[in-house]
Design a protein around this ligand. Sequence first.
Ligand SMILES: C[S@@+](CC[C@H](N)C(=O)[O-])C[C@H]1O[C@@H](n2cnc3c(N)ncnc32)[C@H](O)[C@@H]1O
Length: 374
Amino acid sequence: MTDASHDWQEWHTAYDQPRSPLSRRLATVQGCIRVALDAAPPGPIRVVSMCAGEGRDLLGVLEDHPRRADVQGRLVELDPELAATARANAPASIEVLCGDAGTMSSYAGAVPADVVLVCGVFGNITDDDMLGTIDQLRRLCAPGAHVIWTRHRRPPDATPGVRERFRAAGFEEVAFRAPDGTMFGVGMNRLLASPRPFADSGRLFEFIGFRNLGDDVCRACGFTYSVGRVEIVPWLRSDADAFVAKLAAIDETRVRVRPEPETWSPLEYACHLRDMLGVQTERIELAQREVDPVFVPMGRDERAVNNRYNEQDPAIVASELLAATEALASLLEGLDDAGWRRTGLYNYPEPALRTVEWIAIHTNHELLHHRGDI
Ligand SMILES: C[S@@+](CC[C@H](N)C(=O)[O-])C[C@H]1O[C@@H](n2cnc3c(N)ncnc32)[C@H](O)[C@@H]1O
């Protein structure tokens, strides 16, 4: 099974939203990179990054780190556009290889490295590949090298096993960060054992992609229903910000145009999301007051016609969408555990009693999914 690389460009847009959990993860990773560079002895510092994307973690640190002139290395990224963006932002001492980070040969000439970045990889490969990669990292490392890695902590949380495997593979733990209100883990380990010789052949992992690993993932947009409760509100806010930013970038000549007669225009999608957010807020409030209320369908198609979605002002709709997001976010932030667990009869995708938590997660899915529709 392969992973569609074009989705990764969309994935990177969450970095443009300062309130997104991904931006928070970036700050944590960059903090670890700074610690590793600060700790490096005088002289050149070799860095390699697996599945580097746009390389925002390392390249962001290099903008102002005092050791920036000493840093050289290689970013390995499969997607040509992401690799090109990384290349455009990288200093001359950082090479960007557009290739498969899962093959050992991609690191020939760039190792042994003093810092190895394995960020956004472990959640996209099988557990066997994840553990096997940790075992093989010594082949890429210089003595005392730092490895900085990430892995989400959604159930079943794999990070305890990852941390243990690093210890067993000869790496001491320097730091493990799992900030409150997040579902990511960022680890930093230092090689204590001796490095192993590099071999120019063989594989570390097959990048399958999280969309193809879980059962609860929307194949179309990559949204996962196993999002942790603490992530729901940050993602609601940042996905609403991202939708509004994308809407604002759409030309006046296209914003009201339906690409096909049965497909909504970007403005109609925006109106739908605004109204959907309001309806979900009312449903969650109702579920707090009544026992298992039956939620009335919102009549999405009728609203589009009756409320003349396509004649509304895009800027006003955008600000109403953000206000509706904020109303829902503050309602959710005020709930206690019992409030999140309350239920109501929801009719989509099939009639079922759903918890408030599920409704909030589903609302987040709508925001992300329809961003792909405009
Ligand atoms: C989750 S993102 C992580 C990007 C970056 N490391 C970060 O944390 O911002 C995964 C990246 O791996 C890239 N990718 C997928 N398969 C790959 C492969 N076989 N070799 C190298 N990169 C790959 C994707 O295009 C994507 O940019």
